[in-house]
Write a protein that binds this ligand. Structure first.
Ligand code: BES
Ligand code: ZN
Length: 883
């Protein structure tokens, strides 16, 4: 690998407070896509404890025009301009440093710093700074522990850039000579540079208003291109819901007079929480029934909530350094999960989150990119916005909330926000505030942040009918991960309830306690192993364990299929009903893989209980739909020492088909019943749940028997929303129905020009579990709906193929790896961050059977041998190949 493409490693233990800080920033921009001039005036102050240190400002891909100190222009021998920094030796303890630089937004395909977006005839300019993009705009101490107050003035041609925006409150605007105009913004809240944002261009706007619980009137705006502004109404509703919810649930009010959201189709991530000026990937902002699925509606709610909640968890209290990233992201994901759970379906959201945890985080933990929630080293920070930092980070917060209780957690979070408002904090600060507010010591929880790997929780149950005692033995074990050979015991909260054989709740009376406690309780396993003894247990109990998925561990226990059936029928924790069905399905999958077919008796138990479930009109239809949907192949293969993806595919398909065939009658009945009432709009949770189940029934029916494809054809024709149309299309494609290709064409024609819907059209083709999908994806890269420079297109086609189509991706001849390898190289030349993400799909080579292992590894090596790779991609390749 070429050396110039890797960055030096940064270590957590090397953290030092900055030698200089910036207290005040004035920025002036003359915006022009071809050449933007940025003038900066920084008030800098020395840390008295670090005398003699020069001022080192991060600076990348910038043309320096001028440097002044305290008003005096510096000759070139008075500063040093390197590839990534501008260094100025300063004598005193305080100075005013001014710089003028030129940057070129229109050629910035990396989409970091200032760049251009939008249709060819109306390009607009916008920024993305997290994590280290601000240094591509102006020389600065671009690190999150440097908080400054910003005043920003924008100037631009008024006809091309009528809308000008930056963080904070508006502070004047006016016309200039030559058809230009200006606008000024003041952000009263000190912030780190990664939260800086500006937008300039011709965008349409919608406006609403919100009065905070503190009585502040806030003007709310959403800005988007003309063809999209009509689809921003739902996002505006979501914003107001989020603002109210954060007041009611966490006592957090908004703190500026305006809140702006801007939509763009050119964005590497989902959305960004810039202070008072969020920027959104259009995918997570636009929604209307014709052009957005029910899932898209819920994603808009969640992402608008997420970015809004960062205003406290991230912006008012920010991170000391990027090792603490989960401090804002894990906490904010948790807040976002709670928001959607309170407003929509808690059980559905929990199941979806656990599926993501298993698919993305457990597999990350099991591979070469495993790292702790708080990593201790990085070379490219962009590569640490991972499932571990986000999803496992949120799980840690969820565990803390469960051990502190709802009120205790609220008290703790209040303490955290109060104590660290306006400052940059650490994980220790977070645990300290939560612990102090509750009079407990939470330091044992630091281990969850510092230790990588998924703990395995072994549970063993023993009932003694004579003594009426029931013993539950819990033990934990975490396998070594790169750089961490030895693991310590973690505090693991295990929520438990007991049921009798008829599904009745049994009292929980721990030996030694005066009386039975609540019928559900959280046992905390703090050591390698512990036994909990319950007394007065009248009969052998069915144990409902890890209720609500109370800890992010892999549960391993030997449990009778009959007990799981009791849970599928009766567990009053919706999540654990699904968890029981999943556990039974995994047993059947393991049988199918080892013996060529699932064992008859458990299969019968499983299908009979799910048949009842499908017919149960009292259950949440979304939960029923989830119970019909098997875990994906990667998650099923998780415990295998060596994976043959084709064998995994076949075993999974066998179980899936067996279920479908056993359930035809109830599925058909339910499908018909749900078809009669497919009214209800896209924001209606109950209507969404019915559509979810209806589409799950349809998929299973068509899998059981091609005779049912007429139902899919009819649904495709009649659909009045994207969810049903896409659901039917997907079924027609999977079944290779005669009408499938005509349906694909009809779909593309109907949605021509709509980038987001066409992304779905790309994904639905890329995820078809057929070997020849490889060639189809290659062909689609030449389609007019696909552009290599657009991250959404790349994720929709190649990301979907690499991460959600294991059968085609792992094709035995290596063609899938080839396709992804080539794509990674191509994207790396345009958008390194996206290439690095895509490349993680090639990280799992070690666990594959020997032929594929060699093929995938060769693809990684081929990539690594290329010249001129980005630091982002080099880092992923080096870690994927290491060891
Ligand atoms: N701060 C991030 C956006 C971000 C990520 C910026 C990586 C720079 C690098 C934002 O708050 C975020 O987490 N966005 C998520 C969506 C969210 C709902 C989990 C994203 O972009 O995927
Ligand atoms: Zn976030």
């Amino acid at each position: 690998m070429s050396l110039e493409s890797s960055k030096p490693v940064v270590l957590l233990r090397d953290y030092r407070a900055p030698a200089w800080c910036v207290t005040d920033v004035e920025l002036e921009f003359d915006l022009d896509p071809a050449a933007t001039i940025v003038a900066a005036r920084l008030v800098v102050e020395r840390d008295p404890a670090q005398p003699g240190a020069a001022l080192r400002l991060d600076a990348e891909q910038i043309e320096l025009l001028e440097v002044r100190v305290d008003g005096e222009a510096l000759a070139e021998d008075r500063y040093l301009l390197g590839a990534d920094a501008l260094t100025i030796p300063l004598a005193g303890d305080r100075a005013v440093v001014e710089t003028r630089v030129r940057i070129v937004p229109e050629t910035n395909t990396a989409l970091q710093g200032l760049y251009a977006s939008g249709s060819a005839d109306s390009r607009f300019l916008l920024t993305q700074c997290e994590a280290e993009g601000f240094r591509r705009i102006t020389p600065f101490l671009d690190r999150p522990d440097v908080l400054a107050r910003y005043v920003v003035t924008l100037r631009a041609d008024k006809a091309r850039f009528p809308l000008l925006l930056a963080n904070g409150n508006a502070d004047g605007a006016g016309d200039l000579a030559d058809g230009r105009h200006w606008a000024r913004f003041v952000d009263p809240h000190p912030k780190p540079s990664y939260l800086f944002a500006l937008v300039g261009g011709r965008l349409e706007s919608i406006e609403d208003a919100f009065v905070t619980a503190e009585g502040r009137r806030v003007r709310l705006f959403i800005h988007a291109e003309a063809d999209a502004i009509g689809r921003c109404g739902w996002a505006m509703q979501c914003l107001k819901l989020a603002m109210r919810w954060d007041e009611q649930r966490f006592g957090r009010c908004y703190d500026l007079d305006v809140f702006h959201i801007v939509a763009t189709h050119d964005f590497t991530m989902g959305a960004m929480e810039n202070k008072g000026l969020n920027v959104f990937n259009a995918k997570y902002l636009l929604a209307d029934p014709e052009q957005a699925t029910d899932d898209a509606y819920r994603h808009v709610l969640a992402v608008v909530g997420h970015e809004y909640f960062h205003n406290w968890s991230g912006n008012r209290v920010t991170c000391r350094d990027w090792f603490q990233l989960s401090l804002k992201e894990g906490l904010t994901v948790y807040r976002e999960q709670e928001f959607e759970s309170d407003l929509a379906s808690r059980t559905l959201r929990r199941i979806e989150d656990v599926r993501v945890l298993w698919r993305a985080q457990f597999s990350e933990d099991a591979g070469p990119l495993a790292h702790p929630v708080r990593p201790d080293r990085y070379s490219e920070i962009n590569n640490f916005y991972t499932a571990t930092v986000y999803e496992k980070g949120a799980e840690i917060v969820r565990m803390l909330a469960s051990v502190l209780g709802r009120d205790g957690f609220r008290r703790g979070l209040d303490r955290y926000f109060e104590r660290h408002d306006g400052h940059a904090a650490t994980v220790e600060d977070f645990l300290g505030a939560l612990g102090d507010a509750n009079g407990v010591d939470l330091t044992p929880w630091l281990a969850w942040y510092g230790q990588a790997g998924t703990p395995v929780l072994d549970a063993e149950a023993h009932y003694d009918a004579r003594t009426r005692q029931f013993e539950l033995t819990l033990a934990q074990h975490t396998a070594p991960t790169p750089g961490q050979p030895r693991k310590q015991a973690l505090p693991i909260p295990v929520a438990v309830a007991l049921f009798d054989a008829d599904g009745g709740r049994m009292p929980l009376h721990l030996d030694g306690e005066a009386a039975a406690g609540a019928p559900e309780r959280v046992l905390t396993l703090a050591a390698d192993r512990a036994t909990f003894r319950f007394v007065g247990v009248a009969s052998r109990p069915v144990v409902s364990l890890l209720r609500g998925y109370s800890a992010p561990v892999r549960l391993r226990r030997s449990v009778e299929a009959d007990d799981l059936v009791v849970q599928i029928r009766h567990d009053d924790d919706g999540f654990n009903r699904w968890f029981a069905a999943d556990a039974l399905a995994r047993q059947l999958f393991a049988d199918a893989l080892a013996q060529g077919a699932p064992a008859a008796r458990p299969l019968g138990l499983w299908t009979r209980s799910l048949a009842e479930t499908v017919g149960d009109a009292a259950l949440d239809p979304a939960l029923v739909a989830e119970m019909l949907t098997l875990a994906d192949a990667n998650s099923l293969a998780e415990t295998l020492a060596e994976v043959d993806p084709e064998a995994v595919y076949r075993a999974r398909a066998q179980v899936e088909t067996a279920l479908a065939q056993a359930l035809v009658a109830p599925l058909l009945a339910r499908y018909r019943a749900l078809s009669d009432d497919d009214v209800g709009d896209a924001v209606d949770t109950a209507a969404q749940a019915r559509r979810r189940l209806r589409n799950a029934c349809l998929a299973a029916l068509c899998r059981a028997d091609a005779a049912h494809l007429s139902l899919a054809e009819a649904q495709f024709e009649r659909a009045r929303n994207l969810t049903d149309r896409l659901g039917a299309l997907s079924v027609l494609l999977s079944a290779q129905a005669p009408g499938a290709s005509a349906a694909l064409d009809a779909f593309a024609a109907r949605h021509a020009g709509d980038m987001l819907v066409l992304d779905q059209w790309l994904s639905v083709q890329a995820t078809q579990a057929l070997p020849e999908t490889v060639e189809r994806v290659v062909a689609l890269t030449a389609h007019e709906a696909f552009r290599w420079a657009n991250p959404n297109n790349v994720y929709a086609l190649l990301g979907a193929f690499a991460l959600r189509n294991p059968r085609a991706f792992h094709r035995a001849d290596g063609a899938g790896y080839r396709l992804v390898g080539e794509a990674v190289a191509r994207v790396d030349a345009l958008t390194p961050q996206v290439a690095a993400r895509l490349a993680t799909a090639l990280g799992g080579w070690r666990r594959l059977e020997p032929v594929r292992r060699a093929l995938m590894r060769r693809e990684l090596e081929r990539l690594a041998a290329r010249e001129g790779l980005s630091p982002d991609l080099s880092d992923i390749l080096a870690r994927s190949l290491a060891g």
